[in-house]
Design a protein around this ligand. Structure first.
Ligand code: SAM
Ligand code: SF4
Length: 337
């Protein structure tokens, strides 16, 4: 089957799939404490997710990242990972991976490795128990650290994703860098994005530019830009003193749209072809229109890719997070980070 190519000539090779909007944490930059979740009947079943993801793999998607909400809290999620493992074995899929808060990794790390997962992104913004509780509201740090150890023991490569937060990350960035160096984990910092309504004041309070973070890092380390790109949104620097590579994801600058090869599927079957645009295509309707064959679905996928925009539209202009046209109303936990 022909690979998916968008109107700007970008081949779509990477699908991120949110398998649930639910989560066992309530991170302050992601959710409000009293989040309302989608009714269960709106969520795709695991069988439907299998059919959809398999259609994308048939269309040339080589990398699948499972996310959420918290993917590992979805009931029976390992059966889905096992199902996707068959695409690894057939050679159609080059990588099956996930982004997780780590709370359930202790339980699942060995199974994930068994089905063919090789790397896992764990979101961890702090190594301080009190701060962890403050930022995640419901999370407990020791549980996540045990999960990371289990992942390591199962042979999974761990990448830590830390959201850059004013004050908190400023105080702790060197501890995180040193801990990752000691444990052998990769580390990427992410700029807070204006997604979901958690209150505008909160956003401005939270935002800490990665330019500032980088400048702080340079006070203590010699930074060398890593020029080769991985195809993803991150830019990397090497710390000469430790040899570590540190990633920066700054979605607010338009530095990766032109090479963007990814699309995102929500747990309700909406396909977002750009994280920073509101538009989406409803693949659930096409999926449910015919259970006999995938012709309708295949057409709907191709039509959706034809709508992929050239770039995104985030804007914190004039110091106001969430100005018209610059804020995305859905939460990150809905689209999957
Ligand atoms: N629950 C999993 C986790 O936390 O890794 C997967 C889903 S979470 C939505 C994916 C990533 O999005 C996490 O690394 C999280 O820190 C990040 N994230 C959530 N809200 C964000 C926001 N408003 N801006 C930037 N990153 C955000
Ligand atoms: Fe849950 Fe991940 Fe959002 Fe935190 S960032 S509330 S762990 S979905």
């Amino acid at each position: 089957m022909d690979p998916l190519v968008d109107p700007f000539g970008r081949s779509i090779r990477y699908l991120r799939v949110s398998v649930t909007d639910r989560c066992d944490f309530r991170c302050v930059y992601c959710m409000s404490e009293d989040m309302t979740f989608l009714p269960k009947n709106e969520i795709l079943t695991l069988e439907e997710l299998d059919r959809l993801c398999s259609a994308f793999v048939r269309h040339g998607v080589e990398k699948l990242r499972i996310t959420g909400g918290e993917p590992l809290v979805r009931r029976n999620i390992m059966s889905f990972f096992e199902a996707m493992g068959r695409h690894l074995r057939s050679g159609a899929l080059r990588e099956l991976t996930l982004t997780t808060n780590g709370s359930q990794l202790e339980r699942f790390a060995a199974d994930l490795a068994r089905v063919g997962v090789r790397r896992v992104n764990v979101s961890l913004d702090t190594l301080d128990e009190d701060r962890f509780r403050k930022l995640t509201r419901w999370g407990r740090l020791p549980q996540v650290l045990r999960g990371i150890e289990a992942a390591h023991a199962a042979g999974l490569r761990v990448k830590i994703n830390a959201v850059a937060l004013k004050g908190d990350t400023e105080e702790e960035m060197f501890d995180l860098v040193q801990w990752c160096a000691k444990e052998g984990h990769d580390l990427t910092f992410i700029e807070v994005m204006p997604m979901g309504d958690i209150g505008n004041e909160m956003r401005l309070d939270q935002f800490w530019s990665l330019r500032d973070l980088r400048a702080r890092l340079a006070e203590r380390y010699t930074l060398t830009d890593v020029t080769e790109r991985t195809g993803g949104p991150a830019r990397y620097v090497r710390l000469e003193e430790t040899g570590q590579k540190i990633g920066f994801i700054t979605p607010l600058s338009h530095n990766f749209c032109e090479s963007c090869n990814r699309v995102r599927l929500t747990c309700t079957g909406q396909l977002h072809t750009c994280l920073g645009q509101e538009g989406a295509s409803d693949l659930r309707a096409s999926l449910r229109a015919s259970t006999m064959d995938d012709a309708v679905l295949d057409d709907a996928i191709r039509a959706a890719i034809r709508l992929k925009p050239k770039g995104h539209d985030f804007d914190y202009s004039r110091g106001e997070a969430g100005v018209v046209g610059g804020r995305i109303s859905r939460h990150m936990s809905h689209t999957g980070g």
